[in-house]
Design a protein around this ligand. Structure first.
Ligand code: PHB
Length: 400
């Protein structure tokens, strides 16, 4: 050993000894500096621009509201967010989700709204094994053919949101219908779900009309609705696109003679902007604005206080995403690496949601009531339970 080495070793020793003394003194006088576990990294991959921007914001707001109610922690762990605007662009989805998982090393992936983007995220979730929660997108495959132990939904499948609508429309005497939607994964799956339920009861779809996502040039298609003379129209639109569609449908003079129906995305989070055009519209969804549920009353009050906005179905789904993550993490004392324990806890939980209590299906999708609602003023008023404890068929899921 050379002199300089001795020198270095000694300096190092002194430094270490001093450091040890400082820690010891700190431990006596300020116990809070004792090692904290690292913050839990949450990747929020959602749309913050484009036609679904308000949906991504509502999910984020309510996720953070739940965290705030738990003193800023989930499962005892402080959080750090990595936020990414997915722009509802499926072409960028794999790269975006891959960046969150591989570069930013998020512990949990939360997202998204758009079914096409979700398919890219599911690929990354399956390949990496990262714990993933879907707070909206209804793509059937995510909890069907591509279901996986590490993937959970706090929202719905596309099928689930519209299955009861055919029954509702037949009960109101509409034996023929036109269908109109954006032509992408969610629109197509919702069409299939509607068709299945409606035709089984003797309903006939006399016209199918489609436009590319996220286009809002509805005029030519509305002329076709009028020409087809159906008894009613069923549709799927959401966010900014739904605002314009409902207004254009009314302005074209169709609303009175060919009433408009849809799953509840048509009128959720949109009523202020739709105004009189939306009055009276019936929809089906797993949430309504006037549920007699104590949990919902608290949630609505707290959300309105925090954000000066009324919550909607997207907010509920964001809140429940945080809620299931919390109960999973609590079961393993915040150790996100204990994935088996987290999964088991979420699988057996009853989630106390503003929408009403629900449980996960074997495929990791909520089993939940579908409500019939009607627009009255600025509310989607609860009318009745259209389908009790509706479970997605989870076709092709080989899990559980
Ligand atoms: C979807 O793409 O799955 C989707 C988007 C917006 C909604 C509902 C479903 O409101």
């Amino acid at each position: 050993m050379t002199d300089s080495n001795v020198q270095v070793s000694r300096r190092r020793f002194l430094k270490t000894a001093a450091g040890g003394a400082a820690v010891a003194a700190g431990a006596l006088h300020a116990p809070f500096i004792i090692a904290q576990p690292a913050k839990l990294k949450i990747g929020l991959m959602l749309p913050y621009t484009g036609t679904f921007a308000a949906l991504g914001t509502a999910i984020t707001n309510a996720f953070k509201l739940y965290v705030a109610e738990k003193g800023g922690k989930l499962g005892g762990r402080e959080l750090e967010y990595v936020v990414l605007d997915d722009e509802s662009d499926p072409a960028k989805a794999v790269d975006n989700a891959g960046r969150l998982v591989n570069r930013d090393k998020v512990d949990v992936l939360v997202g998204t709204v758009h079914s096409g983007v979700q398919m890219g995220m599911v690929k990354v979730s399956r390949e990496s094994g990262v714990l993933s929660i879907i707070p909206n997108a209804g793509a059937g495959a995510a909890t069907g053919q591509l279901c996986a132990p590490n993937i959970f939904r706090s929202s719905f499948t596309n099928w689930q949101t519209i299955h009861a609508l055919g029954k509702v429309m037949m009960e109101k005497g509409h034996k023929t219908a036109a269908w109109i939607s954006w032509k992408y994964a969610a629109g197509q799956e919702m069409f299939e779900g509607f068709k299945e339920g409606y035709e089984k009861l003797g309903g006939k779809i006399v016209k199918e009309l489609w436009l590319p996502f996220p286009n809002v040039e509805f005029q030519a298609l509305l002329t076709e609705v009028a020409a087809a003379r159906p008894s009613a129209t069923a549709c799927f639109f959401a966010g900014g696109g739904a605002v314009k569609f409902v207004k254009d449908y009314d302005a074209a003079g169709l609303k009175k003679n060919i009433p408009l129906y849809g799953n509840g995305f048509l009128t959720d989070g949109t009523l202020q902007a739709q105004g009189a055009s939306a009055q009276g519209i019936y929809t089906t969804l797993h949430y309504a604005d006037s549920l007699e549920i104590a949990k919902d009353k608290d949630f609505r009050l707290n959300y309105a206080k925090a954000y000066k906005l009324q919550p909607d179905v997207y907010a509920v789904q964001g809140y429940d995403a945080a809620q299931i993550l919390d109960l999973g993490l609590r079961a393993v004392k915040g150790d996100v690496k204990s994935q088996k324990g987290i999964i088991a806890a979420i699988e057996k939980a009853t989630v106390d949601s503003p929408r009403g209590k629900w449980r996960m299906s074997k495929a990791h999708n909520p089993i939940q009531d579908s409500y019939l609602r009607q627009v009255v003023g600025e509310q989607n008023k609860f009318v009745s339970v259209a389908w009790k404890a509706l479970a997605d068929p989870a076709r092709g899921c080989k899990m559980g």
